[in-house]
Ligand binder design. Structure first.
Ligand code: NAD
Ligand code: UDP
Length: 331
């Protein structure tokens, strides 16, 4: 299969590229490098022995998109901006990159006859869960920030496209909390500046690049009072995309599928797992809740098991071990 990965040089795209290359697919990475680095290509080649094609381009460039789509069977659409806090201050940039970018991509797909799309959605579309675990039937529509709303808008746009164009197939993969890194330690999550997300922050504290972790809130209605999330190893997530490829080829219409482990870990449990994996102490302070955070979320992953034959296999210890392996190799 010829598979185009928009945003394929980023964290999740690059790990997915490994699984697809190792499965024998032809992979084209299309990325404007706004949040990634060209050195990823060398690392992918070292890991897989194959060098994917790379096109430096923006998804909002319709002509370039049409050229990139020649001979493509499936698009996996990772490209977009993803920082929740930043999206509150830069809503126009977020809607332009994420929503407008997807519209330009879809228009180019229509013009080139490509009808198969796998989209990076997020558990954020569920907003504050009324019940747990979250199934795909749980209500959406209460996202609390422009980033989350951009994911919801895109899901709805894809549903409309599938209604209008019966030969179109779109899978919205709703990721829970992807963490970890490829076991080689050559690629992983490496945000610029101070990380917003828990794992990259914890990894830098363990490495000594940041002094201590702030634990946002210990008065949530959870077993230890700290937030609970469904963390999933990025390589499990990558496997989920590979399993979605035959599904998107063989079906038409719109579908949403959760990708998570189906169980939650608290912030304190993650800190302790990371301490065990790294052998490093993680100093932390309990501080106020972070605005916009929910207490807990985890998913019911049974739809992915039923329809894609996929379930997560890596443990929280694997996630912390691989994240530390990546972090500790840095200067
Ligand atoms: P990332 O920032 O590492 O990767 C995104 C890639 O897209 C980057 O390489 C960036 O350079 C590229 N990009 C951004 N805007 C572009 C544009 N206009 N044109 C071309 N390329 C562009 O992020 P990630 O963590 O790999 O996330 C991938 C997708 O998954 C995103 O859509 C994100 O919203 C979604 N997602 C991520 C998480 C998470 O926790 N990482 C959770 C849920 C959903
Ligand atoms: N968190 C924390 N300190 C940090 C970053 C995150 O205590 O420096 C907590 C956060 O409040 C939430 C959990 O860790 O309960 C996961 O946060 P993250 O930003 O990684 O993911 P998301 O909020 O998108 O689920």
């Amino acid at each position: 299969m010829n598979i185009l990965l928009t945003g394929g040089m980023g964290f999740i795209g690059s790990h997915t590229a490994i699984v697809l290359l190792e499965a024998g697919h032809n992979v084209v990475l299309y990325d404007n490098l706004s949040n990634s680095d060209a050195s990823v290509l060398d690392r992918l080649e070292t890991i897989t022995g194959r060098r994917p094609s790379f096109i430096e381009g923006d998804i909002r460039d319709g002509i370039a998109m049409q050229k990139a789509l020649a001979n493509i069977d499936v698009v996996i659409h990772f490209a977009g901006l993803k920082a929740v806090g930043e999206s509150v201050h830069k809503p126009i940039e977020y809607y332009d990159n994420n929503v407008n970018g997807t519209l330009v991509l879809l228009d180019a797909m229509m013009k080139t006859g490509v009808r198969r799309l796998i989209f990076s959605s997020s558990s954020t579309v569920y907003g504050t869960p009324a019940t747990l675990p979250l199934t795909e039937d749980c209500p959406t529509g209460e996202a609390t920030n422009p980033y989350g709303r951009s994911k919801l808008h895109i899901e709805q746009i894809l549903a409309d496209v599938c209604r209008a164009e019966p030969s179109f197939s779109a899978i919205c993969l709703r990721y829970f909390n992807p963490i970890g890194a490829h076991p080689s330690g050559l690629i992983g999550e490496d945000p610029n500046g101070i990380p917003n997300n828990l794992l990259p922050y914890v990894a830098r504290v363990a490495h000594g690049t940041l002094p201590y972790l702030k634990v946002f809130g210990n008065d949530y209605p959870t077993p230890d009072g700290t937030g609970v999330r469904d963390f999933i190893h990025v390589m499990d997530l990558a496997d989920g995309h590979a399993k979605a490829v035959p599904y998107v080829m063989n079906n038409t219409g719109w579908i949403a599928i959760n990708l998570g482990c189906g169980r939650g870990y608290s912030v304190l449990e993650v800190i302790h797992a990371f301490e065990k994996s790294s052998g490093q102490k993680i100093p932390y302070q309990l501080v106020e809740r972070r605005e916009g955070d929910i207490a807990a979320n985890w998913c019911d992953p049974s739809k992915a098991q039923r329809l894609l034959g996929w379930s997560a296999t890596r443990t929280i210890d694997d996630m912390c071990h691989d994240a530390w392996n990546f972090e500790s190799r840095k200067e």
